[in-house]
Design a binder for this molecule. Structure first.
Ligand code: NAP
Length: 290
């Protein structure tokens, strides 16, 4: 392997150690940061994500309030719970774990979260603030990706960045964050013609697709920085079937790229760290106002 491994777990640890100091200061001043986490139903992956987030809160000195609800919870009941948490001054962030059961509209739920507690950064207000270049909560995964890219020491100004994927939670905000960092940004998606033609010109590639081995060595410019957001399972019948894998053919691309994130241990821990960062920042803002 010639690429440098970008260690997301280590960077997340450093960020969280700093956040723990800030959380400690808030607690001493009588404003301990608090994050409410709502889980509806029993989706297996969601259970793992929620457990990781609660554990990270404990380790960072953030008070977590985990609410588990049955999958049959009515949308109106969930909206009532969010309304109560919006009014609770000990809660600085509200996270509703997605996906929600089919009878609940995620857009209505996200819209119900108070703008100053939207630590996932998924609301229209947060998205608008990002688009306009105004301060606000940045979605945790792309924000974590930006930190990983910056950790390589690259100067993004004028560099060509290609984002594969255009979801509201990862691809689109990633593109905006890179644009704000003065990169020249191309966004690719399932309708893009000749994906490789775009990625081969990229100094930085962020793959957020949800398909194993979407980005192969032949699609990467020598020396590029590659960030793998994907969290997939290796398909049955292939070596390592069932194991966690990203969107990037790691072994091949690591021979071409200058730096690359692993899966696991890359973007995942950074997503959680940036959630902690948004929560501490929210608590600091509140403390300043009181
Ligand atoms: P998503 O909403 O399903 O979006 C996937 C995007 O990939 C879409 O924009 C889609 O294009 C595009 N796409 C699909 N096939 C493609 C192809 N063959 N070529 C180019 N583009 C293609 O997924 P997401 O929520 O953004 O997540 C993406 C991946 O990141 C998933 O594996 C997810 O599990 C993972 N993830 C990881 C973390 C973490 O913390 N590590 C956090 C969030 C997500 P269209 O828009 O045209 O359909």
């Amino acid at each position: 392997m010639t690429a440098r491994l970008i260690d997301g777990a280590a960077l997340a640890g450093t960020i969280r150690a700093d956040l723990a100091i800030r959380a400690g200061r808030l607690a001493t001043a009588g404003h301990p940061p608090g994050l409410a986490v709502i889980l509806v139903g029993s989706d297996a992956a969601s259970q793992v994500y929620v457990r990781n987030k609660v554990k990270a809160c404990e380790e960072t000195g953030i008070r977590s309030m985990l609410e588990r609800h049955d999958a049959s919870l009515a949308e109106s009941a969930l909206l009532d719970r969010i309304e109560a948490l919006n009014r609770d001054p000990s809660v600085h962030g509200i996270l509703v774990q997605l996906p929600l059961p089919a009878h609940i509209a995620p857009a209505r739920v996200i819209a119900a979260i108070a703008a100053d507690k939207d630590v996932d950064g998924y609301s229209v207000e947060s998205a608008g603030r990002l688009l306009a270049g105004l301060p606000g909560f940045r979605p945790c995964t792309p924000w974590g990706c930006l930190k990983l890219i910056e950790s390589t020491g690259v100067d993004l100004r004028g560099k060509h960045a290609v984002v594969i994927g255009r979801s509201n939670t990862v691809g689109k905000p990633m593109a905006l964050l890179l644009l704000q960092a003065d990169a020249t940004v191309t966004v690719c998606h399932s309708r893009s013609h000749d994906l490789a033609e775009h990625t081969r010109r990229a100094d930085v590639v962020v793959a957020a697709v949800g398909r194993p081995r979407t980005l192969t060595a032949a699609m990467v410019k020598p020396g590029a920085i590659v960030i793998d957001v994907g969290m997939n399972r290796v398909p049955e019948g292939e070596p390592g079937a069932g194991k966690l894998c990203g969107d990037v053919d790691f072994d091949g691309v690591a021979e071409i790229a200058s730096a690359i994130t692993p899966v696991p241990g890359g973007v995942g821990p950074m997503t959680v760290a940036m959630l902690m960062a948004n929560t501490v920042e929210s608590a600091e803002r509140r403390a300043e106002q009181t």
